[in-house]
Design a protein around this ligand. Sequence first.
Ligand SMILES: [Zn+2]
Length: 265
Amino acid sequence: MKFKLYATVVSSLVFTLLLTNCSTTPVTGRKQMNLVSESEVVRMSMASFEQMKAQLAISYDPEYNEMMQRVGHKISQEVFWDVPLAEWEFVIFDAPQVNAFAMPGGKVGIYTGLFQIVKTEDELASVLAHEIAHVSARHTHERISQAMIAEAGNTTLGVVGLMSVGSLATSGIMSIYNVGATGAVAAWDRKKESEADEIGMIYMARAGYNPEAAITVMERMVQLDGGSSDPWYSTHPSSSERLDAMHGVLEEAVEEYEKAKEFQF
Ligand SMILES: [Zn+2]
């Protein structure tokens, strides 16, 4: 009887949290659960990024860095309202991975290996916009929130678990971005990848970059795929499926691009 009452309290608490803690993704307008505090997630992300900068080799290649800062600045201006509490930073790590990531708080990293498939400024914009879209769509918050709900359902310490947001945010950020000796790589499910593709294409277009470049980069990835052990392929699954979905977004993105070009002149 006592347990039953406890179970009812926990489930109604979880239900209330689900009802009252919703947010909406930009561009796609999807309703999502959000149980974590923005400032906590941002604080932990910033700490993880600092740790990476201290541990990994940073590239100071002037050409790459100039392009990275220019593109990063333009996109960060475009997403100003979608990424709260951001202190933007764009860093190139000197490592062979064909990969990139962005963390809450505006911390963006790419690896020099990315330049194997990224040749132009538009192409770099497509990668940065995609990664920043994961942040603005609060995929990190969603993953941590789901872990909290799972924990609440699985343990008798559920209620306590729901309240210890700080520790969950710490372990959540570290595990989501898999921060380690070789850098950080975030693996998202296919739905979140497609959502970031769509939002990213709109962002880059609004920032004045040709969204067709996103398709060029994805085509190169599909070509490179198969037999490669690079983390990009395991963390960015089903490239050909994503490519199809991206073609579906292209028309709308091109319209945004045309509007942005008009605005510039
Ligand atoms: Zn992604």
